[in-house]
Design a protein around this ligand. Sequence first.
Ligand code: B12
Ligand code: SF4
Ligand code: SF4
Length: 358
Amino acid sequence: MTASALPRELRDLPGRLRDWAAAEGFSDAAVARPDLDADHEHLRDWLDAGHHGDMRWMADTASLRADPEALRQGTRSVICVRMDYGLDTEAAWPVLNDGSRGYVSRYALGRDYHKVMRKRLARLADRIAAVLGPHGYRVFADSAPVLEKALARNAALGWIGKHTLLLNREAGSGFFLGEIYTDLALPPTEARPGAYCGSCRACIDVCPTGAIVAPYQLDARRCISYLTIEHRGSIPEALRPAIGNRIFGCDDCQLVCPWNRYAQEAAVPDFAPRHGLDSAALTELFAWDEATWSANTEGMALRRAGYRGWLRNIAVALGNAPTGSAVIAALQSRADHEDTVVREHVRWALARHDAVAG
Ligand code: B12
Ligand code: SF4
Ligand code: SF4
């Protein structure tokens, strides 16, 4: 349908949608073509190669991911949004370069984005209803089998970079994605995003564990984000030294990306760092007991690793930290931890300092 053939209330939809979204804290919004055939094929190849590791839920839901209608019956349009979380590259490097501190991915420092975004997406859906009429919808923010990056690319919110994240010329990649699946028939955006990686390969070269095995292809089994957040159990020993002091997620491939010079500040105060987690000492974090951890991570995405995962990750970072009596004492205090995985990582870390369980 040409723009002039559209009903009056839909003709200037792109601008109005952006305005309504901005009122809810979103930095951009647009309607996506739900054409995901090529992406479905890439997803299948990725799964066939085993690159999803033990994220079985990725394989179990593959067909739903590529088919919005199958995920929510009656879906006719997908509205995509982005929300900036504030990827402060300048503040990140000093923490990464100080082995005595723990590096928590910038996206996880504040309130859980799933909660923040879904609440605001529901309000955006209500705004749309107020103008375009009642509609059936569901909102998502990394909360269901949705190919979020591919849909956002189709909506022209950016392009998928060689590090496999969605990138935007005005905002880099420091943002979350969310969607509204609606039964309204909305005209998809006609713009086609350019792709601006060119000959750059900074993200591929910097990756500490070589997880970007080819441009646009990530082997999650090597990715520090996967190893420290999604993976349960033992972290492969060969990869532990390269994890450095990254205790929850990893931002390196984004920090070196030239487009993140344009990363925007956090769109909402919810994403402000909590409990000094943007530069806390490893020994201090390792001393949190389970009750403190539970209280301090309430309402944060940081919870996903679980308390034992948290201790396991910090043990690895302490193993990589400069040797010192405080580091060794902290590790020795957990050498007899009840959890076998934690214990094993603590012993590995002590051995790195030529120390033994005390
Ligand atoms: C599984 C997952 C992970 C896994 C796997 C990552 C991955 N690249 O798939 C792990 C745990 C490693 C991970 C890590 C991170 N994640 Co994550 N993750 C997801 C999740 C749930 C699904 C992604 C997915 O579909 N993967 C499947 C594979 C096949 O997709 P893909 O590699 O991107 O491949 C696509 C294209 O690149 C293309 N393609 C693939 N191969 C090829 C080959 C060629 C030649 C071409 C041209 C194209 C092409 O087709 C594929 C399908 O579209 C999404 C949320 C969602 N529901 O979408 C969040 C999401 C992608 N993650 C997000 C974030 C923030 C992160 C981290 C930055 C967190 C952190 N700081 O630690 C890291 C970044 C690591 C990285 N470099 O990607 C954000 C990204 C926002 C953005 N700007 O893009 C999302 C969208 C969540 C959200 N709602 O905001 N994540
Ligand atoms: S998040 Fe870290 S480990 Fe994962 S691909 Fe990027 S740089 Fe590599
Ligand atoms: S670092 Fe370079 S190659 Fe990687 S996503 Fe950014 S622009 Fe693309």
